[in-house]
Design a protein. Structure first.
Length: 228
């Protein structure tokens, strides 16, 4: 279940925290979600504290009220300082604030309609060749090979990414038990992926509504798994 953790580093508001023992390693893994501005916490976190950052900051394309501009340079400097490696969605919108990289990730969404977005780019700090991920995501339809349509599915966030995209990233760029940071959690699908894959995640979401919904679905997921 979700617990309110009163011993919080770099914050004044208790995050929703969920933890469990990883049976295969005997180690604890924990997900903590903070309802505050990540820039209040980042300056107090030690260098290279996290193994990996997977973040999806605002692109500045007016998708919603919170998307009127891109984050300041301070944000990108801090996220690169506190983590050993980074995967930053929308990196093409931040080329003036991030180092040149060859290691782009291109997520091809295989859309059904011409007006749907065909792909998204993520900037990474890894030393590798560009990588293509093909995963269908178009409205209520998604899937890696076998595409399924769920007409009851509703998105929490206008820029929501599917849980399985995060699982694909974690599978390729992380190992069980790693410490991961997400500064703009949004819908919380990243938290669900980290929970299922036994990762430790510290996440921030400034919007109270998205924060509450992310905490709720994480709590529901943990209760389902607890039955097995």
């Amino acid at each position: 279940m979700i617990e309110r953790d009163t011993d919080i580093q770099n914050g004044t508001k208790p995050p929703c925290t969920i933890h469990d023992v990883v049976c295969s390693t005997g180690l604890m893994h924990k997900i903590s979600i903070h309802n505050e501005d990540c820039l209040q916490a980042l300056p107090n976190i030690p260098d290279n504290y996290y193994d990996l950052a997977i973040c999806d900051p605002p692109y500045g394309i007016n998708l919603a009220e919170w998307d009127s501009e891109t984050p300041k340079q301070q944000y990108f400097d801090e996220i690169r300082r506190v983590s050993k490696h980074q995967i930053i969605w929308g990196g093409n919108y931040f080329v003036d604030k991030l180092p040149i990289t060859e290691a782009w990730i291109c997520w091809y969404k295989k859309p059904f309609l011409p007006q749907q977005a065909h792909f998204e780019l993520a900037w990474t700090s890894f030393e590798m060749k560009p990588k293509l991920i093909e995963y269908t995501y178009a409205g209520n339809a998604e899937g890696l090979k076998n595409v399924r349509v769920d007409y009851k599915k509703k998105s929490i966030h206008p820029a929501q990414k599917p849980e399985n995209i995060y699982k694909l990233l974690l599978k390729d760029y992380a190992t069980e038990g790693m410490k991961i940071i997400d500064t703009h959690l949004g819908s919380g699908t990243h938290a669900l992926a980290c929970w299922d894959m036994k990762m430790n995640l510290d996440a921030w979401e400034i919007n109270p509504e998205y924060y509450q919904k992310a905490c709720k679905q994480l709590d529901e997921r943990s209760k389902i798994l607890a039955l097995w």
